[in-house]
Design a binder for this molecule. Structure first.
Ligand SMILES: Cc1cc2nc3c(=O)[nH]c(=O)nc-3n(C[C@H](O)[C@H](O)[C@H](O)COP(=O)(O)O)c2cc1C
Length: 174
């Protein structure tokens, strides 16, 4: 499939089938996250698979944003590992960790689409809730919950999916 076809096929799904995602597909999703580019190739992305019933039940107590998906990843970065645009080189001390994790999550989302799965990226949560729930160390920063599954009979793109600004509104030629 051409990349733009895949990009058009992807949409945010909030109604998942209860069908479990096969282990081989989970492995491919994780591989997509592993292969993603990162600043200075420091690979700070950390991907938590919400696998146990205990973890799943805990998660739904702190956020409704996984919508009953059978498979959820918590994509984070390790702030002790991510590349910093350091001041000693007259740069602005920018930390690339969140971008690195977002690229990894995007790759996983597109891989899910390619595998005929549906997905939802969610950030409407309080990081502290997830840190406490999963006992994450202080260097691990949550970036998004990525829910993945098979579509249900009710699945379809939401209204916002087809709403995109014109190219002229988002592109500036300098
Ligand atoms: C950074 C980010 C955060 C998001 N957080 C949420 C969220 O917390 N809950 C939710 O239902 N959707 C969330 N979304 C999904 C967006 O609402 C969705 O991508 C947007 O409306 C466009 O729709 P589409 O993905 O179907 O094209 C998020 C998407 C991104 C990229």
């Amino acid at each position: 499939m051409e990349f733009l076809e895949l990009a058009k096929k992807r949409y945010s799904e909030r109604r998942f089938s209860s069908r479990q995602v096969e282990g081989a597909k989970i492995a491919k999703l994780l591989e997509a996250g592993r292969l993603a580019p990162t600043a200075h190739n420091l690979q700070p992305q950390r991907i938590y698979v919400i696998a146990s019933e205990k973890a799943r039940q805990g998660l739904v107590q702190v956020t409704p944003m996984t919508y009953g998906a059978p498979l959820v990843f918590l994509v984070c970065y390790d702030k002790n590992v991510s590349w910093k645009n350091t001041k000693d080189r007259c740069y602005d001390n920018y930390d690339s960790g969140e971008v690195d994790a977002a690229i990894a999550a995007t790759s996983m989302m597109m891989e899910a689409t390619d595998l005929d799965l549906v997905s939802l990226w969610a950030r409407a949560f309080d990081s502290k809730d997830l840190i406490d729930l999963f006992g994450l160390p202080e260097n691990i920063i949550p970036v998004c919950l990525l829910s993945v599954g098979y579509p249900s009979e009710a699945s379809k793109p939401s209204r916002l999916h087809d709403s995109r600004k014109d190219i002229d509104e988002i592109v500036r030629v300098l």
